[in-house]
Write a protein that binds this ligand. Sequence first.
Ligand SMILES: Cc1ncc(COP(=O)(O)O)c(C=O)c1O
Length: 407
Amino acid sequence: MPMHSGFHHSGRHFLQIPGPTNVPDRVLRAIDQPTIDHRGPEFARLGREVLDGMQQVFRTRHPVIIYPASGTGAWEAALVNTLSPGDRVLMYETGHFATLWQRMAGRLGLDVEFLPGDWRRGADPAQIEARLAEDRQHAVKAVCVVHNETSTGAVTRVSEIRDAIDRVAHPALLMADTISSLASIDYRMDEWGVDVTVGGSQKGLMLPPGLSFNAVSDKALRAAKSARLPRSYWNWEEMLAANATGFFPYTPATNLLYGLREALHMLEEEGLDQVFARHARLAEATRRAVRGWGLEVLCVNPVEYSNSLTAILLPEGQDADRVRGVVLDRFDMSLGTGLGKLQGKVFRVGHLGHFNELTLAGTLCGVEMGLSLAGVPIRRQGVQAALDFLSSEQQWTAHEAAVLLSA
Ligand SMILES: Cc1ncc(COP(=O)(O)O)c(C=O)c1O
């Protein structure tokens, strides 16, 4: 008699949610090493190596802080280190994650102004500029945006938000959440003048969940000196003091740091620009598939299309969660659910991290079959459209992808 009667799917599960993403075997093997003394010399070398490596990924020469926490912890760290009770922060409703960050800011005692959005595009630089232009007293202390809104697949043009802030010479800090864009969509912390960047391990970095990051500018560090929100676990000062020699003020997630070191090697071997170009190519193929099916990409602004995920809008009356259920039962593939007010209306395809042409082809085949089986009226031309694009000469280079994003 078998001890358990669970149904077994043969072959690899397709984890095509927009994070956590598939963890490469190389990273899994790296994690699978004996845990070492986190106060010994071997750990110090590991600590410095991953802290330095993360600066390359954020494209910053400023310090990066690594927390043994999910992304939500790094959101909190960004706010409590820089702000004081009652400070005004300007946020933009790009979708579910912007809404959660906004709710957290309110709970922490900040005075949040939440510019409304329709969950189909990135944060609007013109609206932010207009709001800051009115704020002659400089009551707004920080502008917080989500670079890649994981619930909608729309990117905020962070460099344009910087330009908007500068045009009205407003002194607010700029904070960006790159949890689902880091190491998959072009992001340049220093060039774009971002003061705090929030990141997470479980998406473009190809690691399991459990690590999150703050990258902090000089201006953010100065703000931290006078900020009065209570902070202890998240305190940058103690972290930075210990990090100087490669250590942490409390027990770090040692084995995840082995994984991070390996993931950084993989990103370096491929080259960050090539990583971005690969994501741009696979995302474009996905969007061609969506149009081939006769369905709609949720994001309505082509210069804000996400290269790490695509949210697909179903026709009125169709249940996106039923499609996801069919795909999971029949083809052992997990797709992202519609979050918040998008529940049942969209499903999301993650195409980020450890991912290539053939994994995309398998993913799209599963989606096309699942849509048909669930009775959604589609043209069965999506997979073909994607394959035609992927096998054509007309593939995007990193340069073209960057031009598109900055257009
Ligand atoms: C853009 C974004 N911000 C924040 C979070 C929250 O991160 P976590 O679930 O790791 O706490 C997520 C999670 O998916 C996210 O996609």
